[in-house]
Design a binder for this molecule. Structure first.
Ligand code: GAR
Length: 192
């Protein structure tokens, strides 16, 4: 089976990117391999980690490249040059536009910190705490035009204890994400 070249998109801390990259380096995403980090936040931690780990990086603000459509067109050109066939959104906090989605529809997946369709959008961990629900979760889905919508690939439930704070619940969410995301990425690669 030929290699599936994966670009990870991240806007922040990048713990999911780090995890995917580490697993990839051990050959455990095969036939998938993380070959590129793309970011709209050039000074974020995900970019710093990628540079230290010698992962090629494309990192520009939308403003630097003349807006979102121009940014996406530039990124699509680079993805083609790098032979990327799968995109994993790992805390990429932008709605994907048509310029990027069209060429990668069905080959772009997103991780979200809730049991979708519950709590789409920003800070889903805080949304779950505010709603005082007994459980939340993690979802990985194919990306479509909507906000954290698109066909669900896999999900896990996470219990919320009355004593949980944003910090403790986020830790639980990340622990689940760091297990589930590599498994799902690997599975998607084998069916590409
Ligand atoms: C993750 O929890 C991911 O599920 C979430 O951003 C976080 C990024 O963390 N994504 C979304 O909320 C997408 N709507 P990380 O930078 O440490 O990987």
């Amino acid at each position: 089976m030929s290699e599936i070249r994966i670009a990870v998109f991240a806007s922040g801390t990048g713990s999911n990117f780090r995890r995917l990259h580490e697993v990839s380096e051990r050959g455990e995403l095969a036939p998938g391999k993380v070959v590129l980090l793309v970011s709209d936040q050039p000074s974020c931690l995900a970019v710093s980690y990628a540079r230290k780990a010698h992962v090629p990086v494309i990192a520009h603000t939308f403003k630097e490249l003349g807006g979102k459509a121009a940014w996406e067109a530039h990124v699509v050109e680079k993805l083609r040059e790098e032979g990327v066939s799968l995109i994993a959104l790992a805390g990429y906090m932008r709605l994907v536009g048509d310029t990027l989605l069209s060429p990668y529809k069905g080959r772009m997946i997103n991780i979200h910190p809730s049991y979708l369709p519950e709590f789409p959008g920003l800070d889903a961990v805080q949304q779950a705490l505010d709603a005082k629900v007994p459980e939340t979760g993690v979802t990985i889905h194919f990306v479509d035009e909507g906000l954290d919508s698109g066909p669900i690939i896999d999900q896990r439930r996470i219990q919320i204890e009355p004593t949980d704070t944003h910090e403790t619940l986020l830790q639980k969410v990340h622990a689940v994400e760091h297990q589930l995301f590599p498994q799902v990425v690997q599975r998607v690669c084998t069916s590409c």
